[in-house]
Design a protein around this ligand. Structure first.
Ligand SMILES: *[C@@H]1O[C@H](CO)[C@@H](O)[C@H](O)[C@H]1NC(C)=O
Ligand SMILES: *[C@@H]1O[C@H](CO)[C@@H](O)[C@H](O)[C@H]1NC(C)=O
Length: 199
């Protein structure tokens, strides 16, 4: 049964519910976090499995999370996020769009504005810190909350349910995580439970 909970679907509604699925810090947004340059949107399309994310509130205890991106026009993609609760065995889905935040720039940076359920795309809330397109993507977001507070989101995406053995991909991904992500806040997403659906 596919049950839609637009308001409860906080896991993947990037930063629109900051206090629930993002981590709060007593500091402004960091400015030393890199973003992929010359981002190749078409290579990024297709299906990704979430293997890690930040999550404060374990009530939004969804696993088996998948994201699927499809090209709508050269600067816009469709987003379909799906997840499954291993606790009560229900699926949820969120449909949205992602647009390049600053499409007029000469060098395309991997900064996107993602919104769900028709909400305005008015936040640059999906930054790709690093991706090799074929194995992994490290997605980060930060929202400034007043002068000295911010909230961060983080998602580690993989092309496969179990992360690749590819040495270069592992080295790159773990280097970026070590450098930029607060590992004490990471929640690991279960993708290997046999009940995980293929959405
Ligand atoms: C299923 O569990 C999730 C948390 O794992 C919860 O957010 C959701 O509301 C629950 N759904 C139902 C129908 O109980
Ligand atoms: C994306 O959001 C930023 C604000 O964070 C805004 O300046 C920009 O114009 C938005 N881009 C699009 C394409 O809506």
């Amino acid at each position: 049964m596919m049950v839609k909970f637009p308001l409860l679907f906080t896991v993947l509604v990037l930063l629109s519910t900051v206090t629930v699925n993002a981590v709060l810090y007593d500091r402004p947004c960091r400015t030393d976090v890199p973003v992929v340059q010359n981002f190749a949107l078409t290579r990024y399309l297709g299906k990704w499995y979430e293997l890690q994310r930040f999550e404060k509130d374990f009530q939004t205890n969804y696993d088996c999370v998948q994201a699927e991106y499809g090209l709508l026009d050269p600067t816009t993609v469709s987003v379909r996020n799906s997840a499954y609760s291993l606790v009560n065995e229900t699926s949820i889905e969120a449909i949205g769009t992602a647009k390049f935040s600053f499409p007029e720039q000469d060098i395309v940076q991997a900064k996107l504005n993602v919104s769900f359920f028709g909400a305005p795309n008015d936040r640059s809330n999906y930054w790709v810190i690093d991706t090799d397109y074929e194995h992994f993507s490290i997605v980060w977001a930060c929202e400034q909350l007043g002068e000295d507070r911010s909230s961060e989101g983080y998602w580690f995406l993989s092309r496969t349910r179990r992360f690749t053995d590819d040495v270069e991909a592992n080295t790159r991904a773990f280097h970026a995580i070590r450098q930029y992500i607060d590992r004490t806040e990471i929640r690991f997403t279960n993708q290997l439970d046999e009940r995980c659906p293929d959405f």
